[in-house]
Design a protein around this ligand. Structure first.
Ligand SMILES: Cc1cc2nc3c(=O)[nH]c(=O)nc-3n(C[C@H](O)[C@H](O)[C@H](O)COP(=O)(O)OP(=O)(O)OC[C@H]3O[C@@H](n4cnc5c(N)ncnc54)[C@H](O)[C@@H]3O)c2cc1C
Length: 302
């Protein structure tokens, strides 16, 4: 079946990619190796869900077979969720197809029948637009498209695997923080925070708002005051909450990349020229050590 083929090991992301395909007026065919995901995705609005079955536990071992399947079926595009496993399979499939591939597209559209992608380059200082022709592979992070609903036919397909690589052991990574990609409200802490204990002012505001606490990269990777899962941006979590409120965040492009899809952005910063104010819907020029506790107190009383 011709159309846009979708794969993600995260079923919610696969559902978002189906939303993208259907939004383009194309047929959406989901590939999955997971029986449960196949069941859930049968209500994703896709035209077809193919449950792939083979001899290997490693999805990347199916790169060649997936490439053959796409070519044989006349796929127009293979759009893959940009997870660790997704990036791996996408690169292999593109290699076997010897076709164009765009990683981490921030936007994909069809213009005059041609696929146009946009992505950040050089640490986010440049946005590159590419026009792709023929069957190609694009990876996309979570949160870029809206999932839809609707019944889809589920079929099972036997597929052959390259078994030269085998799985020896699987260990879960223990995640410490909340999943920011699904948070509805986020209070984001920047490097203006003087000391770890001061995180409490963010937690107090977050408690009143029913929000999760996120941060900029330095807070997690340099200071180690919050888990790495909590930092937001192009190399961290991409979020799309209803409310994102930052305190002491400068708003460099690499951070703003991760918050652009927030519905309302509020920023508190002492510097009126801080770039975060360009991205913000509401800005407060002031000291977060005064503004945030005051905000918490006011909201508590509301
Ligand atoms: C390849 C690459 C990828 C990157 N990826 C990411 C990423 O994914 N996520 C990310 O966050 N960063 C990322 N970065 C880093 C990014 O460029 C910035 O350095 C970082 O986002 C800055 O963090 P910050 O805003 O917390 O700190 P700063 O830039 O130091 O800003 C602190 C801000 O706080 C304000 N301030 C100071 N005191 C107060 C106060 N009392 N009250 C209120 N405001 C105050 C200051 O005016 C300033 O604007 C990346 C960089 C590179 C090169």
């Amino acid at each position: 079946m011709a159309g846009i083929y979708v794969y993600s090991d995260k079923k919610d992301l696969a559902a978002e990619l189906v939303g993208f395909a259907k939004g383009c007026g194309k047929r959406a065919i989901v590939l999955t190796f997971d029986e449960r995901a196949a069941k859930d995705l049968s209500n994703s609005g896709a035209d077809k869900v193919c449950l792939l079955k083979g001899d290997s536990e490693l999805v990347e071992n199916y790169g060649k077979s997936i490439a053959h399947l796409l070519a044989e079926q006349g796929a127009e595009l293979f759009v893959v969720g940009a997870t660790v496993s997704g990036r791996d399979i996408a690169a292999r499939v593109a290699g076997y197809l010897d076709c164009a591939m765009v990683s981490e597209a921030s936007s994909i559209t069809y213009t005059d029948g041609k696929l146009v992608t946009e992505r950040m380059m050089y640490g986010g200082s440049v946005q590159q637009s590419e026009v792709l022709e023929g069957l190609c592979v694009v990876t996309v992070r979570a949160g870029k498209f809206e999932a839809i609903s609707g019944a889809a036919e589920v079929t099972t397909l036997e597929i052959s695997a390259d078994t030269r690589t085998t799985l020896v052991e699987r260990k879960d990574i223990v995640k410490e923080g909340a999943d920011l990609s699904v948070a509805e409200r986020i209070v984001c802490v920047g490097m203006a925070l003087d000391k770890r204990e001061d995180l409490q002012i963010a937690h107090d505001l977050a408690a009143v708002l029913g929000a999760e606490v996120g941060c900029t990269r330095g807070v997690a990777e340099e200071k180690h005051w919050l888990p790495v899962e909590q930092y937001i941006g192009m190399s961290g979590a991409v979020v799309k909450p209803k409310l994102y409120l930052s305190m002491g965040v400068s708003g460099q492009i690499q951070h703003v990349f991760g918050i652009r899809d927030s519905q309302i952005i509020v920023a508190v910063n002492t510097d009126p020229k801080a770039p975060i104010f360009k991205a913000a819907d509401y800005g407060i020029v002031g000291d977060m050590y005064q503004v945030i506790p005051l905000l918490t107190k006011t909201l508590k009383g509301a």
